[in-house]
Write a protein that binds this ligand. Structure first.
Ligand SMILES: NC(=O)c1ccc[n+]([C@@H]2O[C@H](COP(=O)([O-])OP(=O)(O)OC[C@H]3O[C@@H](n4cnc5c(N)ncnc54)[C@H](O)[C@@H]3O)[C@@H](O)[C@H]2O)c1
Length: 351
């Protein structure tokens, strides 16, 4: 069976989805939609698909099985619910929506209409994060002690002012953590497990008139008892590779832009020699340190779209579902709440 894909939103990331779908065996791009007609027509023309200005018209197609939602973050809930009601599987860009409340509406609609829901976190599909996760599952880190996510990037004043939705609470849902840092925050939680409490501070330090944070620091306690930190900024020039670190009683590993930079375990395995080769390799992910477009390589998306198409074809589940998409947003919401109230926030009992 060929899985027919559609794309809603043909800005920066929509074309990455189109290029990725073209590289997935058994997947075909049949339609694309954007409120800006020339954006829809240009992308449609490139892939022999049909362009639409009204996504609802696209949803009427019988050969459309799944939709990639690539509109600004705070515009997804109504579109996702409409996709579910049309019986189309949903693969949404990150963040799944800008609040856990809005995400719950999407999860409810997907469950009710019996369609699959996935959230793009392409970093999880790179070799480095896969190796770290496997080592955690094998218990090689021993007791997890400390996990860190560092996103120290640069986004110019023009990056925010050139777009009506970026850097707004309503459509971006936040600043550096909700937009840029969410990939590393997702990895941190995937590796270390659920977070129990958060204590945070944040502010806007380097951009004029920005309503959201461009600087945030959070201290975490995971349910496992391990501690963690998140540090994020888009006001640091020229920006550094995004880092995620996992430290335990039995070993330590560090990722930079999804590539392994440090890999040491008390109990060495023969397979470590192969992993050490990874130290010399470049990640399949781009680096968003200084340039948002440089982060847009297709391989991570290709792997995740391939996984989503497999789930549709086999009646299985996508590796990153709506619940996982919610977990990252719920953690960021807790960071924001703690920074705004000056008090620790508990995440107990949240997804
Ligand atoms: N996974 C990643 O690494 C990654 C990278 C970049 C962006 N993103 C995410 O993708 C989303 C879009 O980001 P972008 O940089 O492409 O933004 P963008 O502003 O470049 O593109 C958004 C597009 O959506 C269109 N649009 C808005 N409302 C629409 C509607 N109702 N129907 C159809 N089209 C509509 C706009 O006209 C625009 O072309 C954001 O949520 C962002 O967080 C993810």
């Amino acid at each position: 069976m060929t899985v027919g894909f559609g794309i809603i939103g043909c800005g920066n990331i929509g074309p990455i989805h189109a290029a990725a779908i073209a590289e997935v065996k058994g997947a075909k791009l049949v339609g694309v939609s954007d409120v800006v007609e020339k954006s829809a027509q240009a992308l449609a023309g490139q892939y022999g698909a049909t362009g639409y200005t009204d996504y609802r018209k696209m949803l009427e197609r019988d050969d459309l099985d799944a939709v990639c939602i690539c509109v600004p973050s705070g515009l997804r809930v109504d579109i996702a619910v409409a996709c579910a009601e049309a019986g189309k599987h949903i693969l949404s860009e990150k963040p799944l929506e800008i609040s856990s409340k809005r995400i719950d509406k999407i999860i409810f609609a997907a469950n009710k209409e019996n369609v699959l829901l996935g959230c793009i976190f392409q970093s999880r599909f790179a070799e480095g994060p896969q190796l770290v996760k496997k080592a955690i599952d094998q218990g090689r880190f021993g007791q997890l002690v400390l996990g860190n996510a560092y996103i120290k990037w640069y986004r110019s004043q023009e990056y925010y002012s050139a777009s009506s939705w970026r850097g707004t609470w309503k459509f971006d849902g936040g600043g550096v953590l909700m937009n840029q840092g969410i990939h590393q925050i997702d990895l941190l939680q995937w590796f270390m497990g659920p977070v129990k409490t958060v204590q945070a501070q944040m502010k806007c330090i380097g951009h004029k008139g920005l309503e959201v944070e461009d600087l945030a620091c959070a201290m975490l306690e995971f349910e496992s008892g391990a501690y963690g930190t998140i540090e994020g900024s888009t006001a640091i020039w020229p920006g550094c590779p995004a880092r995620v670190e996992v430290h335990g009683s039995g070993g330590s590993a560090t990722l930079e832009d999804g590539a392994i930079k440090h890999w040491k375990f008390k109990k060495r395995q023969a397979s470590d020699a192969k992993v050490e080769d990874e130290l010399k390799k470049e990640s399949v992910l781009g680096s968003g340190a200084g340039d948002p477009l440089a982060a847009l390589k297709i391989e991570g998306h290709r792997r995740q779209i391939e996984d989503f198409a497999r789930a549709i074809r086999t009646g299985g589940k996508p590796r990153i579902d709506g619940r996982e998409g919610r977990n990252a947003v719920a953690l960021i919401e807790a960071v924001y709440k703690s920074a705004q109230t000056g008090k620790p926030v508990s995440l107990a009992c949240k997804g």
